[in-house]
Ligand binder design. Structure first.
Ligand code: TUI
Length: 309
């Protein structure tokens, strides 16, 4: 499947693995890259030495194949991580949770392919003007920090608004979702939650089990009162947060305090009482754990069959 995304990035399959904070580390990213997609390491708010080590390990396991680093723009150390990707010669950068404009010139100067993740047409256009190579149009079905518009509505509007290639994200779980994204005009896809069930994904077994066992109604959005809504697996903890926000018993400040460090508690400890298990609305469609390579090959053979029909 050749698109402007496979050509831009030099990959076999037009698929990116989401740069999920605390989750997307070198083992998963290397597996996705080695399977012919684009593996991405999460910058999140990782210490600089940790991220440098992750980048070097990935280089060692993928050879000359490309990989990316995601810079979470709300992170307090975004600036130093933005410089690290230049110093380490990272080939591709994706960004989330903010406007990447500030770093664009330096990244482009360093020869980095820059792909901002955007929740709106306005930000997609701004990123194109700033020099982005492509954009990920991410619908509210996705996991983690989300915008308001849905993938079905956002992707075609972004496709019409920009000339650069568009990658669809949010709500894509299988070959049907990939084929649908292409019908909307996307030239690639980014999947996060589906890769939580990759054998190579290093999250706590409790996290994996929650995702694999979830059904269609098992995702919930918390954090709306803070202005940073996040989609999670429905657990006692996330339900308590959402209802506390609704009835005013948890103020936005209290919400921030309660959830500080909660993603780490989910990913590393599988802590059901205090952990935020971020996941997308597709959780009900993720039913088995398998190697990333099998996932990718199976999804693209299904997508190609559907698109050829
Ligand atoms: O960034 C993501 N997903 C994420 S980031 C994350 S870590 C986090 N945890 C709690 C609160 C906030 C972040 C977990 N998941 N996806 C890409 C994305 N970007 N979704 C939404 C946005 C976004 C939102 C507002 C991008 C830009 C924006 O405003 C830009 C502006 O105009 O300044």
């Amino acid at each position: 499947m050749t698109t402007r995304i496979t050509e831009l990035l030099g990959i076999k399959y037009p698929i990116l693995q989401g740069g999920m904070a605390w989750i997307a580390e070198t083992t998963l990213a290397s597996a996705v890259t080695n399977a012919g997609g684009l593996g991405i390491i999460a910058g999140g708010s990782a210490p600089i030495d940790y991220l440098r080590d992750q980048i070097r390990k990935t280089k060692a396991s993928v050879g000359d194949k490309p990989f990316g680093v995601n810079i979470m723009l709300m992170s307090p150390n975004a600036e130093e991580l933005a410089q690290l990707v230049i110093d380490e010669g990272v080939p591709v950068v994706t960004t989330g949770a903010g406007n990447a404009g500030k770093y664009m010139a330096a990244w482009k100067e360093a020869g980095i392919k820059v792909i901002p993740v955007v929740p709106s047409v306005a930000l997609a256009k701004r990123m194109e003007r700033a020099g982005a190579d492509a954009v990920v149009a991410e619908g509210t079905e996705s996991g983690g920090h989300i915008g308001e518009n849905t993938t079905m509505c956002l992707v075609p509007q972004v496709v019409d608004a920009v000339e650069i290639p568009v990658i669809a994200a949010g709500g894509i779980a299988d070959g049907r979702g990939i084929a649908a994204s292409f019908m909307l005009g996307a030239e690639g896809v980014q999947l996060g939650t589906r890769f939580l069930a990759a054998e190579e994904c290093q999250i706590h077994p409790t996290y994996k089990e929650l995702v694999v066992k979830a059904k269609d109604t098992d995702s919930i959005v918390t954090g709306r009162t803070t202005g940073h809504p996040c989609r999670n697996v429905k657990t006692k903890f996330s339900k308590k947060l959402a209802s506390g926000e609704m009835n005013g018993s948890i103020t936005p400040d209290e919400f921030e305090q309660i959830t500080l460090g909660s993603l780490r508690k989910a990913v590393q400890d599988g802590n059901l009482d205090e952990g935020s298990f971020l996941c997308g609305a597709i959780a009900g469609m993720v039913t088995k754990v398998e190697p990333a390579k099998d996932m990718i090959e199976e999804m693209f053979s299904q997508a190609e069959a559907l698109l050829n029909k």
